[in-house]
Design a protein around this ligand. Structure first.
Ligand code: FDA
Length: 307
């Protein structure tokens, strides 16, 4: 892993850094770039804005690594409110939801996380939309894939996420590339050790292409989550090579990252879905976004220094 990236991700876990960043006067501006807002209204406004130029959304209620059962219930309620609002406003054909199992109590009790995720899947189905289960650090990969498989038995549209930086992922991609499966392929955003993950960007990219080939060779619905222009160019060639029509796969990007490219792909007829986080628990999400790009850190430091 690149040194700056691992340094930022390591510092992110430190309480002093957390307090400093959370209270710094310039932080709000950076948060606003990557987070749609704090409440459901802000999330829905983002969905409408994206829909106006043909983009779709996947909405993430921010939060992770909760340790109290009450917090898991709070997360479920937030998703149920969100899904009700999407349904009431006729936006379920434009937006689905993304969910982190650690926000549903995965670290407390696997059963709790499964029950909570089930309630969200149930509501999503009732409103005619889908759920994708985000992937977190490598210690949770097995359990996350197992719980996704459990959920898929009752709600077959539940999507999984794979991270190309993990050595194991090509095999997971081959296994998951089956009829009816929805699989988001990303590079991976956590600090992972060399025993389990490629440490150099080039190896992560090569793995991404191998995993994409596996997904495209199968009969599932691949969701290519990357802003990397070289990978997008390769993916456009690969999708054609595998005879995939537009609409038989999609591109996904993050809210606030390369919006012009999102619009360009959508204008060319590609399905483009934007990951839209909202809520007050933005810290962990923001730190991963900063770690992804050194230029963000410079921007961040300037904002911290300004008032
Ligand atoms: P890379 O990091 O190489 O960036 C390529 C280019 O994109 C950069 O040069 C820059 O131009 C632009 N860019 C990328 N990130 C940027 C940023 N933060 N700010 C500004 N510009 C940026 N990860 C995970 O572990 N589990 C998950 O469930 C998900 N889910 C997910 C959903 C969606 C829709 C996306 C797009 C991404 C994720 N990720 C994720 C994050 C993912 O693993 C990865 O960390 C980021 O997408 C950055 O990787 P890229 O593929 O964009 O390439």
């Amino acid at each position: 892993m690149e040194p700056l990236r691992s340094l930022i991700l390591a510092a992110a876990g430190n309480d002093v850094v957390r307090r400093l960043v959370s209270r710094a006067p310039g932080t709000r501006r950076i948060v606003d770039r990557f987070v749609a807002g704090e409440d459901v209204d802000a999330a829905l406004a983002a969905v409408r804005l994206l829909a106006a130029d043909g983009r779709y959304a996947t909405l993430d209620y921010l939060g992770e690594d909760i340790v109290e059962r009450a917090d898991a219930e709070h997360t479920v309620k937030a998703y149920l409110r969100l899904l009700d609002a999407l349904g009431a406003q006729g936006l379920t054909d434009r937006a689905e939801v993304s969910v982190k199992l650690s926000a549903l109590g995965l670290r407390i009790d696997e059963r709790l996380a499964l029950d909570c995720a089930g309630q969200i899947c149930e509501a999503a189905e009732r409103h005619g939309t889908t759920v994708t289960i985000d992937m977190e650090d490598h210690t949770t990969t097995d359990v996350t894939l197992r719980l996704v498989a459990d959920l898929r038995r009752r709600w077959p549209s539940v999507g999984a996420v794979l991270q190309s930086y993990l050595h194991r992922t090509e095999a997971d991609a081959a296994r998951l590339a089956a009829e009816g499966s929805r699989v988001r392929l990303c590079k991976g955003a956590y600090a992972e050790p060399p025993e389990v993950a490629y440490q150099h960007g080039h190896d992560v990219d090569l793995s991404y292409v191998r995993c994409a080939n596996r997904l495209l060779a199968g009969s599932g619905y691949p969701m290519f989550a990357t802003h990397d222009p070289r990978l997008v160019a390769v993916l456009r060639e690969r999708t054609r090579w595998y005879g995939r029509e537009q609409g038989g796969y999609e591109y996904q990007m993050l809210y606030g990252v390369r919006p012009d490219e999102q619009r360009r792909l959508a204008a060319e007829g590609e399905t483009v879905r934007v990951y839209v986080p909202f809520g007050e628990q933005w810290y962990g999400y923001l730190m991963r976004r900063l770690a992804e790009r050194p230029a963000n850190v410079a921007f961040f430091l300037r904002a911290l220094a300004s008032r």
